[in-house]
Design a protein around this ligand. Structure first.
Ligand SMILES: Nc1ncnc2c1ncn2[C@@H]1O[C@H](COP(=O)(O)OP(=O)(O)O)[C@@H](O)[C@H]1O
Ligand SMILES: [Mg+2]
Length: 220
């Protein structure tokens, strides 16, 4: 009988499963995208293979830009599996509510710095939530889950990325979302300088559009 590697299922998401494994003496995460039955088989294989190749590329670009991301060890497009460094730490989502305001603000500013570096390198993340950020013992923040990300330098894409972060903060950390987002923007501006202002204007525009749509819905 084949020897089966011991592995622990960490998470079964909508698109992928994450396993914690021991691999050549180190702890790794294997992220596997499983087939979706509702998609024609061939198309499904193509989509999974594309995303499996694409996500590590973006993580690599972000890392090169100075954003901590898990080191990629193996990309298996045929089986839609990515083997990467297991980042030991806690999701920021779990940490933020339990620390003093001052520390929250510092972490939020650091998140903004990381998003700024990532955007400056031409990557947008696509799912900036505090679940996709891991805080290590040494106080480093790692970004994970680039599955919805893309290479995009447009102001619109950057604005949407940050606006989604704001919405995520509001739904997960409504008690301090506003203050936290303010510090995210502060960190972001410290990296992007004048370019940040264009992105902030875009966020305001996105919010105006949202309000307009809401008003139209209520009027009908
Ligand atoms: N390399 C990693 N090291 C440690 N934890 C990870 C790693 N990658 C993902 N995680 C944890 O697992 C969760 C789910 O992984 P993620 O890539 O976000 O999958 P999904 O696309 O299902 O959201 C993340 O929110 C994060 O907390
Ligand atoms: Mg995720």
């Amino acid at each position: 009988m084949d020897k089966v590697d011991p592995q622990t299922l960490l998470k079964k998401g909508a698109e992928a499963s994450l396993f914690l494994k021991s691999w050549h003496g180190r702890k790794v995460i294997v992220k596997t995208r499983f087939p979706k039955r509702y998609r024609p088989t061939e198309l499904d294989a193509k989509i999974r293979s594309y995303r499996t190749a694409h996500e590590p590329q973006l993580m690599h670009e972000a890392k090169r830009a100075g954003v901590p991301t898990p080191t990629i060890f193996l990309v298996d497009t045929k089986n839609a599996a990515i083997t990467m460094e297991f980042v030991e730490g806690k999701q920021l989502k779990q940490v933020l509510p339990h620390i003093p305001r001052k520390e929250q603000q510092e972490l939020c500013a650091e998140i903004g710095v990381l998003i700024g570096k990532m955007h400056r390198s031409g990557v947008v993340h696509g799912d900036l939530t505090t679940s996709n950020m891991i805080l290590t013992e040494e106080g480093k923040i790692f970004l994970v889950d680039f599955g919805l990300g893309e290479k995009n330098r447009e102001v619109e894409a950057r604005g949407v990325d940050l606006h989604l972060m704001k919405r995520a903060l509001q739904s997960t950390h409504y008690q301090f979302a506003e203050d936290c987002f303010k510090h995210v923007l502060k960190g972001y501006a410290s990296v992007l300088g004048e370019d940040a202002e264009k992105v902030f204007e875009k966020i305001r525009e996105i919010e105006r559009r949202g309000r307009y749509v809401d008003e139209r819905k209520q009027a009908n």
